[in-house]
Design a protein around this ligand. Structure first.
Ligand SMILES: [Zn+2]
Length: 119
C-alpha cells in the first residue's frame, strides 16, 4: 500500500475541515431541535407527544453520532499535525487513500477495522 502524498494529505485535510464545520453546525441545530420538542410537550396531545419523544430520542442519537464523528475528525486533524496521519493504529500500515477519501477520520485500515467491528 502506498503512503499518502502531500497533495493527498492536503485534500484530506480540507475534507476533514469541512466535515468539522458541518458537524459543528449540525450539533448546534440538534441542540435547538431538542429544545423545541421540550417546549412543545405541554401543548401537544398524547399521540403527538409519543411522536415528539421519538423525534427527540432520534435527535439525541443523531447528536451522539455527530459528536462521536466530530471527536474522530478532531483526532485525525491532530494526527495530521503530528504527521502520523494515514497510518493504521493497529498494524501501522498506511491506510489506503480511497478509504480515507470516504472516511478521512478513519484510524484503522480496512482489515483491522473489520476485526475491531467483530470483537
Ligand atoms: Zn491495520
Amino acid at each position: 500500500m502506498d503512503q499518502l502524498t502531500p497533495k493527498q494529505t492536503q485534500e484530506l485535510r480540507s475534507i476533514l475541515q469541512s466535515t468539522k464545520t458541518k458537524l459543528e453546525q449540525q450539533l448546534l441545530d440538534a441542540e435547538s431541535a431538542t429544545g423545541v420538542v421540550i417546549l412543545d410537550q405541554s401543548t401537544v396531545g398524547r399521540v403527538s407527544r409519543v411522536d415528539a419523544m421519538q423525534q427527540q430520542s432520534m435527535a439525541v442519537s443523531t447528536r451522539a453520532k455527530a459528536q462521536d464523528t466530530l471527536r474522530k475528525v478532531l483526532q485525525a486533524l491532530l494526527r495530521m499535525d503530528k504527521e502520523d496521519f494515514g497510518y493504521c493504529g493497529q498494524c501501522y500500515e498506511p491506510i489506503q487513500f480511497n478509504r480515507l477519501k470516504v472516511q478521512p477520520q478513519a484510524s484503522h485500515c480496512l482489515k483491522c477495522q473489520d476485526q475491531l467491528d467483530h470483537i
